[in-house]
Design a binder for this molecule. Structure first.
Ligand code: ADP
Length: 484
């Protein structure tokens, strides 16, 4: 089977969050299941020079956008045994950063069309195009409509929703001006969403299969609280909706051989983890102490991540004997809140307002606990990395957090973290305080939980098997239909 991943991020080329982790690591695992799997991405200007230098030009074609034709160069690179294709168009992609420009809708409509047009250049004709998030959610519509009478009409599509909050909603003019479609497509069974165009919704309607990144989230999003105004559409199409839990790549996230951390360690050499704490404290001007728990946050600073809860009880949290480390970027209001705290607790808090992969690993390695009191969490990669590095996650019981963290309080023997249920600042505070108390009171018990967390199978193995099974269903169903 030939599978083409179409996405806007893949580690190590582009990563702004969990999407980059998933698209960078799932193909490697799927390849072990004998799938011919390739990945297509935009060739962003910010991709590191060391990768760009190795890319090879394959050819070019053009993409029709309304009355215009836009250049579409295709370059390729093999990395980790996976073939990557990069769509080259400097007008759209040669800009600093990846998102947030005025023409986001046009840019990703261009990219979706480029994914199909690129097939004539690469010669790779996939059985399934696996689309990720709203950036590529237009593809199922394109295959079933714009390209319905072409050789691409039999390609099956799977749409994975990594975060339902981001839907690609644009003014309705985009239909005519960029997609070249008439108003008949502006209806609720296609693109229409509160008088605007919603690309993710069109993907959910037209995809042959929808998946999301944890079983719990796939249930939650069918209710209004989590459904981001699309719960009705999800209920209608729930016969083709599945939840498959994300994994992490244990070659990338492995404290035993991670070259970015200060001292390597594993479950059998757990005593070496402490060196990471001591060096981190020293380098960052925190009082050194083996026994002071480092509690950290590595996160986008947005409402989703429960920063409001942290804000609500931060002064109570800081009464405990802990050191708080924050690595993240996001809304101005949250960044300011953390910056102000440094003035108030100069010996207890360190804040890094940037995106820094290496630093994130050093923080995980130095930490004893990682906070994720998310309002909602499709899967969450952060808590999995934290567990792999022996930092126990303190999480709200929602989405993928619920599916990956086992309560130490409810399962004394097997526990891997601490959970609270309601989105309530004091429930969060009390849970964190109980964890801190356990840390101080019972070192042996804590160590057992840390080992549980580190020894868990958080790899892609199980999930890759499930994805393969779903691809098979899509392709076989089609073969059956043709036979009839
Ligand atoms: P989301 O995709 O919603 O942002 P996830 O928990 O699924 O959240 O994935 C976040 C990923 O991004 C993790 O790999 C985490 O370590 C990483 N990350 C988040 N913020 C930063 C940052 N400021 N610097 C480095 N890595 C970060």
């Amino acid at each position: 089977m030939k599978i083409l991943f179409a996405a806007s991020e893949a580690y190590p080329f582009v990563k702004t969050g969990g999407l980059g982790d998933v698209v960078g690591s799932l193909p490697v695992s799927l390849k072990r299941h004998d799938l011919d799997i390739r990945v297509i991405l935009p060739k962003y200007g910010d991709i590191h020079k060391k990768y760009k230098e190795k890319m090879r030009y394959m050819g070019h074609t053009y993409v029709e956008l309304g009355w215009r034709k836009q250049y579409c160069g295709i370059e390729t690179l093999k990395y980790n045994e996976i073939t990557y294709y990069f769509v080259d168009n400097e007008y759209y992609f040669k800009r600093p950063g990846y998102y947030g420009y005025y023409d986001e809708g046009e840019k990703f409509i261009y990219f979706a069309k480029a994914v199909i047009e690129s097939i004539s250049v690469t010669g790779f004709e996939p059985d399934v195009i696996h689309c990720h998030d709203w950036h590529t959610a237009l593809l199922p519509f394109l295959i079933k409509n714009t390209y319905w009478n072409s050789k691409y009409q039999n390609i099956k599509t799977m749409l994975t929703i990594h975060n339902l909050k981001y839907q690609g909603v644009f003014s309705k003019n985009i239909l005519r001006e960029v997609l070249g479609l008439d108003d008949s497509y502006f209806n609720t069974e296609c693109f229409e969403f509160f008088d605007a165009v919603n690309l993710l919704k069109s993907g959910m309607i037209h995809a042959d299969m929808i998946t999301t990144v944890s079983p719990s989230y796939s249930e939650e999003i069918q209710y209004p609280y989590y459904g981001e105004n699309l719960d009705g559409v999800l209920r209608k199409y729930n016969y083709k909706l599945h939840g498959i839990l994300n994994g992490i790549d244990s070659n990338i996230y492995n404290p035993e051989n991670d070259s970015q951390i200060y001292a390597n360690y594993g479950p059998l050499s757990i005593e070496k983890k402490i060196e990471n704490k001591l060096i981190f404290q020293k380098e960052n001007g925190l009082p050194q102490g083996e026994n002071i728990p480092i509690v950290s946050i590595v996160s986008r600073l947005t409402e989703q991540k429960g920063i409001d809860l942290i804000n609500g009880v931060i002064h109570d949290i800081m009464q405990s004997d802990i050191q708080l480390v924050v690595l993240g970027t996001g809304s101005f209001e949250y960044e300011e809140m953390f910056k102000n705290l440094v003035w108030q607790y100069p010996n207890k808090i360190r804040i890094f307002m940037k995106f820094d992969e290496g630093l994130s690993r050093r923080i995980y390695a130095a930490s004893d606990m990682v906070l994720m009191p998310s309002k909602f969490e499709p899967c969450g990669i952060t808590q999995m990395i934290a567990m792999k590095y022996g930092a126990l996650p303190i999480v709200r019981e929602t989405g993928g957090l619920k599916d990956t963290v086992l309560s130490c309080e409810a399962n004394k023997k097997q526990g891997t973290g601490f959970l609270f249920h309601d989105y309530n600042a004091h429930d969060f505070l009390y849970t964190l305080q109980r964890a801190i108390k356990k840390y101080y009171e019972n070192k042996d018990q804590w160590k057992r939980w840390v080992l549980n967390a580190m020894n868990q199978d958080l790899s892609w193995t199980q999930s890759a098997y499930q994805y393969k099974h779903k691809y098979q269903l899509l392709v076989e169903k089609d073969a059956e239909k043709k036979a009839v």
